[in-house]
Ligand binder design. Structure first.
Ligand SMILES: [Zn+2]
Length: 128
């Protein structure tokens, strides 16, 4: 069985609450979400790399004027989270007051599951 994962599998796993990245079998580069080729060595030799899902906010933006179709959801925040494993991932902030957000705040991966899609989200690190 091919151990590499596609973007589809990435979101299926995310929906189940598991954050999975991929590690390049050529150079060891860790990537998330999955890419076609390794950005570091241009090989396509990915192996599955389960991630803990814990990290800290590296930067964030509060969205006050949402994209079309999401008018009822603003304001909300999206953050670039630097995971414990060293890679960064963009996700929606959930269950954290906007005024509590700061760079360096510990957060934990939490999928945002709706009827037709799964989004990457990050909530409080303490599990509450
Ligand atoms: Zn590589």
């Amino acid at each position: 069985m091919d151990d590499a994962i596609t973007l589809k599998v990435f979101f299926e796993e995310a929906r189940a609450g598991r954050l999975v990245g991929i590690r390049c079998g050529g150079c060891g580069e860790l990537a998330i979400p999955p890419k076609e080729f390794c950005p570091a060595c241009a090989k396509r030799a990915w192996v599955r790399a389960p991630l803990d899902g814990a990290g800290v906010i590296a930067s964030y933006t509060v969205i006050r004027v949402p994209p079309r179709g999401r008018a009822g959801e603003a304001p909300y925040a999206v953050a670039v989270v630097k995971l414990t494993e060293g890679v960064s991932l963009l996700g929606r902030v959930v269950d954290l007051p906007l005024d509590s957000l700061r760079v360096g705040l510990p957060v934990k991966f939490r999928p945002i599951v709706t009827a037709d899609q799964t989004l990457v989200g990050f909530g409080p690190a303490a599990g509450g």
